[in-house]
Design a protein around this ligand. Structure first.
Ligand SMILES: NC(=O)c1ccc[n+]([C@@H]2O[C@H](COP(=O)([O-])OP(=O)(O)OC[C@H]3O[C@@H](n4cnc5c(N)ncnc54)[C@H](O)[C@@H]3O)[C@@H](O)[C@H]2O)c1
Ligand SMILES: O=P(O)(O)OC[C@H](O)CO
Length: 348
Protein backbone atom coordinates (compact mmCIF):
# COMPACT_ATOMS: atom_id res chain seq x y z
CA UNK A 1 0.00 0.00 0.00
CA UNK A 2 1.10 3.63 -0.46
CA UNK A 3 2.22 5.30 2.79
CA UNK A 4 0.62 8.68 3.56
CA UNK A 5 3.96 9.59 5.14
CA UNK A 6 6.66 7.92 3.03
CA UNK A 7 9.29 6.20 5.11
CA UNK A 8 7.15 5.61 8.18
CA UNK A 9 6.46 1.95 8.82
CA UNK A 10 4.66 0.61 11.89
CA UNK A 11 4.63 -2.66 13.81
CA UNK A 12 2.54 -3.48 16.87
CA UNK A 13 3.73 -6.18 19.26
CA UNK A 14 0.80 -7.72 21.16
CA UNK A 15 -2.58 -8.54 19.63
CA UNK A 16 -4.82 -7.95 22.64
CA UNK A 17 -7.63 -5.43 22.43
CA UNK A 18 -5.47 -2.29 22.55
CA UNK A 19 -2.67 -3.55 20.31
CA UNK A 20 -5.22 -4.65 17.71
CA UNK A 21 -7.15 -1.36 17.83
CA UNK A 22 -3.94 0.67 17.43
CA UNK A 23 -2.67 -1.54 14.63
CA UNK A 24 -5.98 -1.11 12.79
CA UNK A 25 -5.77 2.68 13.20
CA UNK A 26 -2.16 2.80 11.92
CA UNK A 27 -2.94 0.47 9.00
CA UNK A 28 -5.41 3.00 7.58
CA UNK A 29 -2.49 5.23 6.55
CA UNK A 30 0.75 3.29 6.88
CA UNK A 31 2.21 -0.14 6.16
CA UNK A 32 1.50 -1.93 9.46
CA UNK A 33 2.16 -5.38 10.85
CA UNK A 34 0.62 -6.85 14.02
CA UNK A 35 2.40 -9.56 16.03
CA UNK A 36 0.34 -12.05 18.05
CA UNK A 37 1.98 -14.36 20.59
CA UNK A 38 -0.18 -17.33 19.53
CA UNK A 39 0.38 -18.52 15.93
CA UNK A 40 -3.20 -19.75 15.81
CA UNK A 41 -4.54 -16.26 16.64
CA UNK A 42 -2.23 -14.64 14.05
CA UNK A 43 -3.53 -17.05 11.40
CA UNK A 44 -7.17 -16.45 12.35
CA UNK A 45 -6.73 -12.66 12.23
CA UNK A 46 -5.03 -12.91 8.83
CA UNK A 47 -7.74 -15.24 7.48
CA UNK A 48 -10.86 -13.61 8.92
CA UNK A 49 -9.81 -9.92 9.25
CA UNK A 50 -11.20 -10.06 12.80
CA UNK A 51 -9.62 -10.56 16.23
CA UNK A 52 -12.54 -12.52 17.63
CA UNK A 53 -10.75 -13.16 20.96
CA UNK A 54 -10.25 -9.50 21.87
CA UNK A 55 -12.29 -7.28 19.53
CA UNK A 56 -15.15 -9.45 18.27
CA UNK A 57 -17.29 -7.90 15.56
CA UNK A 58 -14.69 -5.30 14.51
CA UNK A 59 -13.61 -5.56 10.85
CA UNK A 60 -9.85 -5.02 10.53
CA UNK A 61 -8.33 -3.25 7.50
CA UNK A 62 -7.43 -5.50 4.56
CA UNK A 63 -3.93 -3.99 4.51
CA UNK A 64 -3.10 -4.95 8.11
CA UNK A 65 -0.59 -7.79 8.06
CA UNK A 66 -0.43 -10.22 10.96
CA UNK A 67 2.30 -12.63 12.10
CA UNK A 68 3.47 -14.61 15.12
CA UNK A 69 7.08 -14.62 13.91
CA UNK A 70 9.24 -11.87 15.42
CA UNK A 71 11.64 -12.03 12.49
CA UNK A 72 8.76 -11.14 10.14
CA UNK A 73 8.08 -8.15 12.37
CA UNK A 74 11.69 -6.96 12.35
CA UNK A 75 11.98 -7.70 8.63
CA UNK A 76 8.99 -5.39 8.09
CA UNK A 77 10.61 -2.63 10.17
CA UNK A 78 14.27 -2.96 9.27
CA UNK A 79 13.95 -1.78 5.65
CA UNK A 80 12.09 1.39 6.65
CA UNK A 81 13.43 4.92 6.78
CA UNK A 82 11.51 5.71 9.98
CA UNK A 83 10.46 2.52 11.79
CA UNK A 84 8.02 2.66 14.71
CA UNK A 85 7.25 -0.23 17.05
CA UNK A 86 4.26 0.04 19.40
CA UNK A 87 4.19 -2.36 22.36
CA UNK A 88 0.63 -3.50 23.08
CA UNK A 89 1.47 -5.89 25.91
CA UNK A 90 0.43 -5.44 29.55
CA UNK A 91 3.03 -4.37 32.08
CA UNK A 92 3.63 -8.02 33.05
CA UNK A 93 4.88 -8.66 29.52
CA UNK A 94 6.88 -5.44 29.19
CA UNK A 95 10.30 -6.74 30.27
CA UNK A 96 10.20 -9.79 28.04
CA UNK A 97 8.89 -7.75 25.12
CA UNK A 98 11.71 -5.21 25.50
CA UNK A 99 14.29 -7.98 25.63
CA UNK A 100 12.87 -9.47 22.43
CA UNK A 101 13.02 -6.02 20.83
CA UNK A 102 16.66 -5.46 21.84
CA UNK A 103 17.57 -8.89 20.44
CA UNK A 104 15.62 -8.22 17.21
CA UNK A 105 17.34 -4.86 16.67
CA UNK A 106 20.75 -6.52 16.98
CA UNK A 107 19.77 -9.55 14.84
CA UNK A 108 18.47 -7.34 12.03
CA UNK A 109 21.27 -4.77 12.28
CA UNK A 110 18.85 -1.88 12.83
CA UNK A 111 20.48 1.47 13.58
CA UNK A 112 17.26 3.30 14.43
CA UNK A 113 14.02 2.17 16.03
CA UNK A 114 11.38 4.22 17.85
CA UNK A 115 9.59 2.16 20.53
CA UNK A 116 6.41 3.37 22.26
CA UNK A 117 4.72 1.30 24.97
CA UNK A 118 1.07 1.56 25.93
CA UNK A 119 0.83 -0.39 29.20
CA UNK A 120 -0.70 1.32 32.22
CA UNK A 121 0.78 0.08 35.45
CA UNK A 122 4.03 -0.65 37.16
CA UNK A 123 5.97 -3.83 37.74
CA UNK A 124 4.13 -5.81 40.40
CA UNK A 125 7.34 -7.24 41.89
CA UNK A 126 9.75 -4.30 41.76
CA UNK A 127 7.50 -1.22 41.58
CA UNK A 128 9.40 0.01 38.51
CA UNK A 129 7.54 2.22 36.06
CA UNK A 130 7.52 0.99 32.43
CA UNK A 131 10.27 3.43 31.33
CA UNK A 132 12.61 1.96 33.95
CA UNK A 133 11.85 -1.56 32.70
CA UNK A 134 12.62 -0.42 29.15
CA UNK A 135 15.80 1.42 30.15
CA UNK A 136 17.19 -1.71 31.81
CA UNK A 137 16.25 -3.98 28.91
CA UNK A 138 17.61 -1.60 26.23
CA UNK A 139 20.87 -0.75 28.05
CA UNK A 140 23.73 -1.60 25.72
CA UNK A 141 21.58 -1.65 22.55
CA UNK A 142 22.26 1.40 20.38
CA UNK A 143 19.72 3.21 18.20
CA UNK A 144 16.50 2.70 20.23
CA UNK A 145 14.48 5.78 21.21
CA UNK A 146 11.56 5.36 23.59
CA UNK A 147 8.28 6.88 24.74
CA UNK A 148 4.89 6.13 26.30
CA UNK A 149 1.54 6.44 24.53
CA UNK A 150 -1.41 6.93 26.87
CA UNK A 151 -4.67 8.79 27.42
CA UNK A 152 -8.40 8.10 27.82
CA UNK A 153 -9.05 5.41 25.22
CA UNK A 154 -11.27 2.36 25.25
CA UNK A 155 -9.97 0.02 22.56
CA UNK A 156 -13.46 -0.88 21.38
CA UNK A 157 -14.37 2.79 20.75
CA UNK A 158 -11.10 3.47 18.92
CA UNK A 159 -11.61 0.34 16.82
CA UNK A 160 -15.08 1.62 15.85
CA UNK A 161 -13.54 4.91 14.65
CA UNK A 162 -15.02 7.06 17.42
CA UNK A 163 -13.12 10.26 18.41
CA UNK A 164 -10.22 9.97 20.87
CA UNK A 165 -7.33 12.12 22.12
CA UNK A 166 -4.04 10.50 23.11
CA UNK A 167 -0.71 11.72 24.49
CA UNK A 168 2.75 10.59 23.41
CA UNK A 169 5.40 11.39 26.00
CA UNK A 170 9.06 11.13 25.07
CA UNK A 171 12.31 13.04 25.35
CA UNK A 172 12.71 12.47 21.61
CA UNK A 173 10.89 14.93 19.32
CA UNK A 174 11.58 12.54 16.44
CA UNK A 175 9.74 9.71 18.24
CA UNK A 176 6.84 11.99 19.15
CA UNK A 177 6.67 12.95 15.47
CA UNK A 178 6.56 9.32 14.29
CA UNK A 179 3.78 8.37 16.71
CA UNK A 180 1.82 11.48 15.78
CA UNK A 181 2.18 10.74 12.06
CA UNK A 182 1.19 7.14 12.61
CA UNK A 183 -2.05 7.91 14.46
CA UNK A 184 -3.07 11.57 14.18
CA UNK A 185 -5.88 12.33 11.72
CA UNK A 186 -9.48 11.35 11.19
CA UNK A 187 -11.00 10.68 14.59
CA UNK A 188 -7.65 10.54 16.45
CA UNK A 189 -5.82 13.53 17.92
CA UNK A 190 -2.33 13.05 19.35
CA UNK A 191 -0.77 15.52 21.79
CA UNK A 192 2.92 15.60 22.75
CA UNK A 193 4.53 15.72 26.19
CA UNK A 194 7.98 15.30 27.68
CA UNK A 195 6.68 14.18 31.09
CA UNK A 196 7.16 10.43 30.87
CA UNK A 197 6.93 9.85 34.63
CA UNK A 198 3.74 11.92 34.93
CA UNK A 199 2.07 10.10 32.05
CA UNK A 200 3.05 6.68 33.43
CA UNK A 201 1.97 7.44 37.01
CA UNK A 202 -1.40 8.74 35.75
CA UNK A 203 -1.98 5.55 33.76
CA UNK A 204 -1.09 3.30 36.68
CA UNK A 205 -3.02 5.07 39.43
CA UNK A 206 -6.23 5.74 37.46
CA UNK A 207 -6.81 1.99 37.24
CA UNK A 208 -6.78 1.69 41.03
CA UNK A 209 -9.18 4.62 41.32
CA UNK A 210 -11.47 2.96 38.76
CA UNK A 211 -11.59 -0.11 41.00
CA UNK A 212 -12.42 2.16 43.96
CA UNK A 213 -15.22 3.92 42.06
CA UNK A 214 -16.55 0.58 40.86
CA UNK A 215 -16.66 -0.66 44.44
CA UNK A 216 -18.51 2.48 45.51
CA UNK A 217 -21.01 2.15 42.68
CA UNK A 218 -21.43 -1.57 43.34
CA UNK A 219 -22.26 -0.74 46.96
CA UNK A 220 -24.78 1.86 45.75
CA UNK A 221 -22.88 4.74 47.39
CA UNK A 222 -24.18 7.30 44.89
CA UNK A 223 -22.87 10.02 42.59
CA UNK A 224 -21.52 12.26 45.39
CA UNK A 225 -19.22 9.49 46.58
CA UNK A 226 -18.03 8.81 43.03
CA UNK A 227 -17.11 12.49 42.52
CA UNK A 228 -15.28 12.53 45.86
CA UNK A 229 -13.30 9.38 44.97
CA UNK A 230 -12.32 10.78 41.57
CA UNK A 231 -11.20 14.10 43.03
CA UNK A 232 -9.30 12.66 45.97
CA UNK A 233 -7.94 9.96 43.68
CA UNK A 234 -6.52 12.70 41.49
CA UNK A 235 -4.88 14.21 44.59
CA UNK A 236 -3.26 10.81 45.39
CA UNK A 237 -2.07 10.39 41.82
CA UNK A 238 -0.59 13.89 41.75
CA UNK A 239 1.17 13.53 45.13
CA UNK A 240 2.85 10.30 44.08
CA UNK A 241 3.76 11.59 40.62
CA UNK A 242 5.28 14.83 41.88
CA UNK A 243 7.31 12.90 44.47
CA UNK A 244 8.69 10.78 41.62
CA UNK A 245 9.65 13.84 39.56
CA UNK A 246 6.54 14.41 37.41
CA UNK A 247 5.10 17.84 36.58
CA UNK A 248 1.94 18.58 38.57
CA UNK A 249 0.03 19.94 35.56
CA UNK A 250 0.36 16.63 33.67
CA UNK A 251 -2.28 15.26 36.05
CA UNK A 252 -4.92 17.72 34.90
CA UNK A 253 -4.35 16.54 31.31
CA UNK A 254 -5.54 13.61 29.20
CA UNK A 255 -3.37 10.99 30.87
CA UNK A 256 -4.31 12.10 34.39
CA UNK A 257 -7.78 13.52 34.98
CA UNK A 258 -8.95 12.58 31.47
CA UNK A 259 -8.18 8.89 31.83
CA UNK A 260 -9.30 8.87 35.46
CA UNK A 261 -12.76 10.16 34.51
CA UNK A 262 -13.07 7.71 31.63
CA UNK A 263 -11.98 4.64 33.53
CA UNK A 264 -13.75 5.43 36.79
CA UNK A 265 -17.10 6.12 35.12
CA UNK A 266 -17.10 4.25 31.79
CA UNK A 267 -18.66 0.81 31.86
CA UNK A 268 -16.26 -0.49 29.18
CA UNK A 269 -13.49 -0.36 31.82
CA UNK A 270 -12.20 -3.73 33.04
CA UNK A 271 -10.88 -2.13 36.24
CA UNK A 272 -14.21 -0.49 37.03
CA UNK A 273 -15.87 -3.84 36.28
CA UNK A 274 -13.71 -5.58 38.91
CA UNK A 275 -14.68 -2.94 41.46
CA UNK A 276 -18.39 -3.10 40.60
CA UNK A 277 -18.46 -6.87 41.05
CA UNK A 278 -16.55 -6.66 44.36
CA UNK A 279 -19.03 -4.04 45.59
CA UNK A 280 -21.87 -6.37 44.63
CA UNK A 281 -20.40 -9.07 46.83
CA UNK A 282 -18.42 -11.36 44.51
CA UNK A 283 -14.91 -12.56 45.34
CA UNK A 284 -11.85 -11.36 43.44
CA UNK A 285 -10.91 -14.91 42.35
CA UNK A 286 -14.38 -15.48 40.97
CA UNK A 287 -14.37 -12.17 39.06
CA UNK A 288 -10.90 -12.65 37.58
CA UNK A 289 -11.76 -16.24 36.70
CA UNK A 290 -14.54 -14.94 34.44
CA UNK A 291 -12.37 -12.35 32.68
CA UNK A 292 -10.33 -12.99 29.53
CA UNK A 293 -8.73 -9.53 29.50
CA UNK A 294 -6.32 -7.80 31.83
CA UNK A 295 -7.37 -5.41 34.65
CA UNK A 296 -3.99 -3.85 35.39
CA UNK A 297 -5.09 -2.12 38.60
CA UNK A 298 -5.45 -5.41 40.46
CA UNK A 299 -1.80 -6.51 40.22
CA UNK A 300 -0.56 -2.96 40.33
CA UNK A 301 -2.36 -1.70 43.46
CA UNK A 302 -0.05 -3.30 46.07
CA UNK A 303 3.03 -2.13 44.13
CA UNK A 304 1.70 1.45 44.05
CA UNK A 305 0.84 1.26 47.77
CA UNK A 306 4.34 0.01 48.62
CA UNK A 307 6.01 2.62 46.39
CA UNK A 308 3.97 5.38 48.07
CA UNK A 309 4.92 4.10 51.52
CA UNK A 310 8.62 4.09 50.53
CA UNK A 311 8.23 7.70 49.28
CA UNK A 312 6.36 8.76 52.46
CA UNK A 313 3.26 9.65 50.39
CA UNK A 314 -0.26 9.14 51.78
CA UNK A 315 -2.55 7.20 49.42
CA UNK A 316 -5.56 6.26 51.55
CA UNK A 317 -7.82 5.21 48.64
CA UNK A 318 -5.10 2.97 47.24
CA UNK A 319 -4.58 1.49 50.72
CA UNK A 320 -8.33 0.86 50.98
CA UNK A 321 -8.48 -0.84 47.56
CA UNK A 322 -5.59 -3.13 48.55
CA UNK A 323 -7.27 -3.97 51.85
CA UNK A 324 -10.49 -4.96 50.07
CA UNK A 325 -8.78 -6.90 47.25
CA UNK A 326 -6.14 -8.75 49.25
CA UNK A 327 -6.83 -8.53 53.01
CA UNK A 328 -10.50 -9.55 52.87
CA UNK A 329 -11.64 -6.26 54.42
CA UNK A 330 -15.36 -5.92 53.57
CA UNK A 331 -15.89 -3.03 51.09
CA UNK A 332 -18.35 -1.22 53.39
CA UNK A 333 -15.81 -1.36 56.23
CA UNK A 334 -13.09 0.06 53.99
CA UNK A 335 -15.40 2.96 53.09
CA UNK A 336 -16.16 3.62 56.79
CA UNK A 337 -12.43 3.71 57.51
CA UNK A 338 -11.88 6.25 54.72
CA UNK A 339 -14.69 8.45 56.02
CA UNK A 340 -13.40 8.24 59.59
CA UNK A 341 -10.01 9.74 58.72
CA UNK A 342 -9.19 13.03 60.47
CA UNK A 343 -10.42 16.21 58.75
CA UNK A 344 -7.77 17.92 56.65
CA UNK A 345 -7.17 20.94 54.44
CA UNK A 346 -8.22 20.31 50.83
CA UNK A 347 -5.41 20.38 48.28
CA UNK A 348 -3.01 18.43 50.50
N1 LIG B 1 -7.96 -2.10 26.12
C1 LIG B 1 -7.92 -0.79 26.24
O1 LIG B 1 -8.94 -0.11 26.08
C2 LIG B 1 -6.62 -0.10 26.58
C3 LIG B 1 -6.46 1.23 26.25
C4 LIG B 1 -5.28 1.88 26.56
C5 LIG B 1 -4.27 1.18 27.19
N2 LIG B 1 -4.44 -0.12 27.51
C6 LIG B 1 -3.32 -0.80 28.17
O2 LIG B 1 -2.69 -1.63 27.19
C7 LIG B 1 -2.12 -2.78 27.83
C8 LIG B 1 -2.64 -4.02 27.11
O3 LIG B 1 -4.03 -4.08 27.39
P1 LIG B 1 -5.10 -4.79 26.49
O4 LIG B 1 -6.37 -4.14 26.77
O5 LIG B 1 -4.69 -4.91 25.08
O6 LIG B 1 -5.10 -6.23 27.18
P2 LIG B 1 -5.81 -7.54 26.68
O7 LIG B 1 -6.07 -8.35 27.90
O8 LIG B 1 -6.89 -7.23 25.75
O9 LIG B 1 -4.64 -8.26 25.82
C9 LIG B 1 -3.38 -8.48 26.38
C10 LIG B 1 -2.46 -8.99 25.28
O10 LIG B 1 -1.14 -9.13 25.79
C11 LIG B 1 -0.75 -10.49 25.71
N3 LIG B 1 -0.05 -10.80 26.95
C12 LIG B 1 -0.61 -11.01 28.16
N4 LIG B 1 0.37 -11.23 29.07
C13 LIG B 1 1.52 -11.18 28.38
C14 LIG B 1 2.86 -11.37 28.74
N5 LIG B 1 3.20 -11.65 29.98
N6 LIG B 1 3.79 -11.23 27.77
C15 LIG B 1 3.45 -10.94 26.49
N7 LIG B 1 2.19 -10.76 26.11
C16 LIG B 1 1.25 -10.88 27.04
C17 LIG B 1 -2.01 -11.30 25.55
O11 LIG B 1 -1.72 -12.50 24.86
C18 LIG B 1 -2.85 -10.34 24.74
O12 LIG B 1 -2.50 -10.41 23.40
C19 LIG B 1 -2.56 -2.71 29.30
O13 LIG B 1 -1.51 -2.19 30.07
C20 LIG B 1 -3.73 -1.73 29.28
O14 LIG B 1 -3.85 -1.04 30.51
C21 LIG B 1 -5.58 -0.79 27.19
O1 LIG C 1 -10.47 -1.29 30.62
P1 LIG C 1 -9.45 -0.61 31.47
O2 LIG C 1 -9.95 -0.35 32.85
O3 LIG C 1 -8.13 -1.31 31.42
O4 LIG C 1 -9.20 0.84 30.82
C1 LIG C 1 -8.85 0.92 29.47
C2 LIG C 1 -8.08 2.19 29.17
O5 LIG C 1 -6.92 2.26 29.94
C3 LIG C 1 -8.91 3.43 29.34
O6 LIG C 1 -8.14 4.55 28.96
Amino acid sequence: MADMAPGLRVAVLGAGSWGTALAAACARGHATMLWARRPELARRIADTRENADYLPGVALPQDLRCTSDLDDLFGHLSGAERPLLILGVPVAGMEQACREVAAGVVRHGMGDLAVAWTCKGLDADTGRLPHAIAEAAFAGTAGISTGVLSGPSFAREVARGLPVALTIASASAELRGRVTEALHGGAIRVYGSEDIVGVEVGGAVKNIMAIACGIGDGLGMGANARAALITRGLAEMTRLGVALGAQADTFSGLTGLGDLILTATGDLSRNRHVGLEIGRGRSLDEILGDMTQVAEGVRCAPAVRDLARRCGIEMPITEAVCAVLFDRVPPAQAVSRLLARDPKVEGN
